[in-house]
Design a binder for this molecule. Sequence first.
Ligand code: CDT
Length: 315
Amino acid sequence: MSRHLRIAAAQLGPLHRSDTRVDATQRLVNLLREAHTAGAKFVVFPELAFTTFFPRWWIEDQAEVDRLYFEETMPSAQTQPLFDEAKKLGIGFYIGYAEKTLEAGQVRRFNTAILVGPDGSIVGKYRKIHLPGHSDHKPQAAFQHLEKKYFEVGDLGFRVWKYMNTIAGMLICNDRRWPEAFRVLALQGAELVALGFNTPSENLHYPEPPALRVHHHLIMAQAMAFQNATWLVETAKCGFEDGFRMFGNSLIVAPTGEIVAKSVTEQDEVIAFNCDLDLAADLKRTMFDFARHRRPEHYKLIVERTGAEVTPANG
Ligand code: CDT
């Protein structure tokens, strides 16, 4: 009998600076209930799902940033209702948040996601590795993208977990632009990749039509899912947050590269699909049988070199 898992992407519309974690958690609980009604057993929530996308703001006072946007425990008193409801409904979930932690006497801050089992236990944690944007203040820009200021590069690597009768991995937002991230998960057997995102509709660095940004989002998702023979669920936080737009287009993509479900609004919205996990396993035995077809002896530059260098074979 083939393995199926009904999965939902629970997209969040805007969270403004004035919205509290309690407001956000209530909306997440509402989405969870809607996903349950749709029969979902696993729900993917967005990146930094409890607050507005605060890296768009330059804030001098780190104590204020910590108080407003970072979680010292997960769950906390304010976020606990989501965990309680998920456990009650027997639903597993992925969710992103800003993590502040004390390790060996050092305060550390990460853009983090966790995988929570249907029994409410935290199964796995991932700390975002590809941090986009900048760390300096750009007062001339329409908005900031200060992930390099507010977060450290994740230190937990790209891992997978045995989870709900499959092998699941986690990524966060900008990771979806880097094939290496998916390949490292696929090399550990990932059949399902969960990813939350906040992607501004405008490009901070150079003019780019918003539709082209969505186009890139779609082609990347389809290519990454197919080339790594994995189900891929990407969930947005989107809409106008205090006037700053981020696109929706939350997706569920099959290992064949086909988009099987896509959100149509930039508001709170649930999409769901009954995913045949064996489709991933089948492709891993055939077209993408890595053991038979990969040639890592010719891929050494991938880990030896970070930036491109022009090194033509003919000098
Ligand atoms: N959250 C996040 O990683 N967003 C980035 C924006 C890149 S533009 C500085 C993304 O890749 O969608």
